[in-house]
Design a protein around this ligand. Structure first.
Ligand code: K2U
Ligand code: ZN
Length: 167
């Protein structure tokens, strides 16, 4: 299964708003499989299709210690959010950058599973953070947008310099 290349901030394609998945066919199932493979290899605890330059509303998440509890969410939608928590976040599209972000403490997310069945998940802690982080990717946003403009400018120039060196 191919590992998929991950777009790096500030690639403008990370700003594209993903389209709803209309038909859960073999291409979506293969994409979910390849995204999961890419996420486990990175390693990460989540990955949105936007990050692999596929602009469809699909995310994969696994926050388990044992790395064997994969969640595939199609057309995920934040239905409820409650409370506030601050958590250190990273992003596979912003390598080497970690910073604190304020998010809802608990969420309820509605989505379709790979069988096309409507599901809801109630989450708190790191799973709630990851769900919000990934849904934000599908809406064309990266977590660094929660940081100060000064920090964003510094991160942009650091990553652009890195991409020139490795190009
Ligand atoms: O979207 C991504 O790039 C996935 C992030 C998921 C994440 C969301 C919120 C908070 C932390 C991570 C990657 O997994 S970043 C790598 C990582 C893994 C575990 C903990 C922190 C960062
Ligand atoms: Zn991310």
């Amino acid at each position: 299964m191919p590992l998929l290349p991950i777009l790096r901030f500030p690639d403008p394609r990370l700003k594209i708003v993903a389209a709803a998945v209309e038909n859960i066919d073999h291409t979506i199932r293969r994409l979910a499989r390849d995204m999961a493979e890419t996420m486990y290899e990175a390693p990460g605890i989540g990955l949105a299709a936007t990050q692999v330059d596929v602009h469809k509303r699909l995310v994969v998440i696994d926050v388990s210690e044992t790395r064997d509890q994969l969640l595939v969410l199609i057309n995920p939608k934040l239905l409820e959010s409650q409370g506030v928590q601050v958590c250190e976040e990273g992003c596979l599209s912003v390598p080497g950058i970690y910073d604190k972000v304020e998010r809802a403490e608990s969420v309820v997310v509605g989505y379709l599973d790979l069988d096309g069945k409507a599901q809801t998940i109630a989450a708190d802690g790191m799973l709630a953070v990851c769900l919000q982080h990934e849904i934000e990717h599908l809406d064309g946003h990266v977590f660094v947008e929660h940081l100060s403009l000064l920090k964003q400018t510094r991160i942009k120039s650091k990553l652009l310099k890195q991409s020139r060196i490795t190009a």
